[in-house]
Design a protein around this ligand. Structure first.
Ligand code: ADP
Length: 491
């Protein structure tokens, strides 16, 4: 199959959150199954042309955004897995410091930026003469692509065999704009109807993606259920109208990259046979944080976007409630300024117990995953969550709220049966994070039990091996349906 992966982030080129990890990893596994996969992204300023040896194709293309004609070039390179990656280069929209915004504020022209990107992607595949069987779109920034395919381009012969998948990585970000977007994006008012592009008299890119794609997926089975039932942020109706075409497919992580045995960022390499080396990583992290170096201190970590979704209010309360315990906390994050200020205050009040780093720092992230005993993830909702899976890969024990992908990956450790890989509480049932932390601390103090738990974590497997076949099956169904549609429409 020819598969085009379209997204606004992808590792190693540009990353804000888990979306980038997924888009950077999934194609590698599809290629191993024999598919011809290409990736297309915006060429942000932060993507270093020299580092990735980007080549520029010898032509310019134009698309219309509102009244302005925007011209762009296509750059490309190959990843180390020999996957072709194309970059849409337009100075006006993408040559800026941030990805979606700067200094905690979204760019005011994100609507125009992603209208442009969606149109440019569709022009680019034609120019590249790459006829995709599947265009796989990810999150609201790509939501207009299925809409163009089903409206303006529905009779375009180039796309006769193309089906479109739309994956929801986080339904909380929707890209909702005024009704006049219809004209700016070049749609016809005839398509401004509730079953197509209209959403309460506005244009919502996420809704367009859900309503117009041939299949919709999201990143864990529990989140698929939650967004249809109660956590769809206004999308419940359109999701339920497509009930049977919504797939919940759990993300995986790249164990070649997240591997404590080969990780070049951490103080000492380890695996389940050399678990003692994890203590050296803990020592290194404690020094970095300015904490007392002691293996008996229970060290908790968190690497995250600073966003209310991630339950930072719960974490901040816990820092104060647990201040007299033999515990230390290290948090790495960037994002919301209010959360940043509260964390900063906690670190100033308790410098021996709380360390905070406000940066996007890949190296420190690895040190935290490796050096901590436990990983805090009390997210109020979590579509899939990769951080808890990464923590497990480093033998670091997740403490999570039972929601979305966290419910699908973390099982409460039972010290009688020795089963389970973490600690789970349930906000909805009024269960308490601090109590769960204290319970985990009891297990931590029993070194034999904790060792068993670390081994369970290290033995947890969330590779792409299973999920990849689910994606392939979904794609196959669409290709077969498209073929049937074409045959019937001709007979
Ligand atoms: P989300 O996609 O909601 O941000 P995930 O848990 O799915 O959350 O993925 C987050 C990814 O981003 C993980 O790989 C995590 O390590 C990484 N990450 C988040 N914030 C930072 C940061 N400040 N520095 C380095 N890595 C980060």
């Amino acid at each position: 199959m020819n598969i085009l992966m379209v997204a606004s982030e992808c590792v190693p080129f540009v990353k804000v959150g888990g979306l980038a990890d997924v888009v950077g990893t999934l194609p590698k596994y599809l290629k191993e199954l024999g598919h011809n996969v290409k990736i297309i992204l915006p060429k942000y300023k932060s993507i270093d042309g020299k580092k990735y040896n980007l080549q520029t194709l010898p032509f310019r293309l134009n698309v219309q955004v509102g009244k302005s004609t925007q011209s762009f070039r296509i750059k490309y390179c190959k990843t180390k897995d020999k996957i072709e990656v194309y970059f849409i280069e337009n100075m006006h929209f993408f040559n800026r410091i941030g990805v979606y915004g700067n200094a905690g504020l979204d760019y005011s022209d994100n609507k125009e930026r992603y209208i442009f990107f969606c149109r440019a992607v569709l022009e680019s595949v034609k120019a590249l003469m790459f006829r995709p069987d599947i265009i796989h779109c990810n999150d609201w920034q790509t939501g207009l692509i299925p809409a163009y395919l089903k409206t303006n381009l529905k009779n375009d012969g180039f796309f006769w065999s193309t089906s479109c998948v739309f994956t929801i990585h986080n339904i909380a970000y929707q890209g909702q704009f005024s009704a006049s977007t219809i004209e700016e994006a070049g749609f016809s008012w005839e398509d401004f109807t509730p079953d197509k592009l209209e959403y309460y008299n506005s244009v919502n890119f996420m809704k367009c993606g859900i309503a117009m794609a041939d299949a919709v997926s999201t990143v864990s089975p529990t989140y698929a259920k939650e967004i249809k039932e109660f956590n769809g942020r206004g999308m419940e109706g359109v999701l339920n109208s497509r009930h049977d075409e919504i797939y919940g497919i759990l993300n995986g992580i790249d164990y070649d990259y997240w591997n404590p045995l080969t990780d070049k960022y951490i103080a000492a390499n380890y695996d389940k046979n050399k678990l003692n080396n994890k203590k050296l990583c803990k020592k290194d992290l404690q020094k970095k944080c300015g904490f007392k170096v002691s293996d008996n201190m229970h060290l908790f970590g968190c690497v995250s976007r600073l966003d209310n979704q991630k339950g930072f209010d719960i974490i901040i309360d816990a820092l104060y409630s647990l201040k007299d315990c033999d515990m230390q906390f290290v948090i790495l994050g960037s994002g919301d300024n209010e959360i940043r200020d509260k964390l900063k205050k906690a670190a100033l009040n308790m410098p021996k117990k709380v360390a905070v780093f406000f940066d996007y720092d890949e190296k420190l992230a690895h040190k935290i995953y490796a050096g901590c005993d436990s990983y805090m993830m009390p997210s109020r909702f979590e579509p899939c969550g990769l951080s808890q899976m990464i923590a497990l890969a480093y033998g670091t024990i997740p403490i999570v709220n039972r929601t979305g992908g966290l419910a699908d990956t973390i099982e409460y450790y039972n010290h009688f049966t020795k089963e389970g890989n973490g600690f789970v509480f349930n906000i909805t049932y009024g269960e308490n994070f601090v109590q769960t932390v204290l319970k985990s601390d009891k297990i931590f103090k029993n070194k034999q039990n904790w060792n068993t738990l670390m081994l369970n974590a290290l033995n947890s497997n969330f590779s792409w091996d299973k999920s990849i076949f689910k994606y392939e099956k979904m794609y196959n169904n669409l290709v077969v349906n498209k073929l049937k549609e074409t045959i019937f429409s001709r007979s």
